[in-house]
Design a protein around this ligand. Structure first.
Ligand code: SAM
Ligand code: FES
Length: 358
């Protein structure tokens, strides 16, 4: 708790740092540490108001929707936080065929989706880059007015180039943490912080609209880690930022770890919007899982994207990254209608457009 006098002057200090973020679009690592160590709900409300105004100025009351197709939950990696890690022998594994992926997109198109996100574990044995390139080409051929976003994990430069040439427009690859030591606590030794960061640089170089991001409250995350993340994001200047709370999964080594903070997630969304006003910023499924109206509150805090699920209902429960993931019983049409209604309730509308970064 802040005492009266110090509290008041500290609150002024945090607000003035938020103001400066709005004009200079970056803060030093030390300033970020101050923000994350000292913020309170009033500062969060102050940031949310600024962020919402920026989002409305940039996008109006239109929310971009992306249909996510989770086409395989098989993963060669073993991230300690993730429910589909290879060591989780309780996970029931599945793969969708190209025809099944295309039919999810077909259905999505009818519901007004103009971006399809293909996401999976790192399953390059079954979906080598050449096969993925074929799938991207087929989607683009069937829906030339749609964007394709990939979220396949880390790949080498040539593979990313092949996929870009096949027509992929965007790529989501959360950096997870910009702090090397923290990265080592979230991932097994065989996974490389440098390679993940290198992939992100390649993606930008190849002309992808590139998404980085983090889990808020991932185990061992400190205010210094978050400060590093904000410094990295300011410098990397991604077109998209994926931010959601860490949520434990019962069959992972982090099963007893605390979930991330809902309030801090909202605060971070606002800070990202203020720092990078044009960024495409989803109110994530994890945010909707931690609170029933989390995605609405995310939009009110500055987010402008929602990514409803387009996966076949039969496999949704198997793509369980964390316990309690929402929308696993629903059909795509229900998710679309649900999002439309939720947005309408807070005065926003779902846009039928690709929603590219401008
Ligand atoms: N394999 C691809 C990759 O590594 O980028 C895409 C799939 S991966 C499951 C997508 C994202 O899910 C990760 O970047 C991570 O941030 C998030 N995630 C995984 N486990 C999570 C958990 N327990 N809580 C919240 N988010 C989680
Ligand atoms: Fe699959 Fe982390 S467990 S990428």
């Amino acid at each position: 708790m802040r005492d009266c006098l110090t509290g008041e002057s500290m609150s002024e200090k945090i607000k003035s740092l938020i103001d400066r973020l709005g004009t200079e679009h970056r803060l030093s690592k030390e300033e970020w540490v101050t923000v994350f160590s000292e913020w309170d709900d009033e500062d969060r409300a102050y940031a949310a108001e600024k962020a919402r105004a920026l989002s409305l100025a940039q996008f109006g009351n239109k929310i971009f929707i992306r249909g996510i197709v989770e086409f395989s939950n098989i993963c060669k990696n073993d991230c300690l936080y993730c429910g589909i890690r290879r060591s989780n022998t309780n996970a029931e594994r599945y793969r969708l065929t190209e025809e099944e992926i295309l039919s999810c997109c077909e259905e999505g198109y009818e519901y007004g989706f103009r971006t399809f996100v293909l996401q999976s574990g790192e399953d390059y044995g079954a979906y080598p880059p050449e096969r993925m390139a074929g799938i991207v080409r087929s989607i683009k051929q069937a829906h030339p007015d749609c964007a394709v976003t990939l979220s396949l994990g880390e790949l080498e430069y040539d593979a990313l180039k092949l996929l870009k040439e096949a027509g992929a427009d965007r790529y989501l690859l959360r950096h997870e943490t910009a702090d090397r030591e923290h990265y080592g606590k979230l991932h097994p030794a065989e996974m490389s912080f440098d390679h993940r960061m290198q992939c992100l640089r390649w993606l930008k170089e190849l002309g992808y609209q590139t998404g980085a991001g983090i889990m808020v409250g991932s185990p061992y995350q400190t205010n210094e880690c978050l400060a590093e993340d904000m410094v990295f994001l300011a410098e990397f200047d991604p077109q998209m930022i994926g931010i959601g709370p860490f949520l434990p999964h019962k069959d992972t080594p982090f099963k007893d770890m605390r979930k991330g903070s809902y309030e801090l997630t909202l605060f971070l969304l606002s800070l990202c919007r203020i720092m990078l006003p044009r960024v495409l910023l989803p109110a994530t499924t994890a945010l909707g899982t931690i609170r029933p109206d989390g995605r609405e509150q995310g939009v009110l805090a500055g987010a402008n994207v929602i990514m409803p699920n387009l996966s076949p209902t039969a496999v949704r429960k198997k793509y369980m990254l964390y316990d309690g993931k929402i929308c696993t019983e629903d059909r795509s049409a229900e998710c679309r209608d649900c999002i439309k209604a939720r947005m309408k309730r807070i005065g926003y509308e779902v846009a039928v457009t690709r929603g590219d970064y401008v």
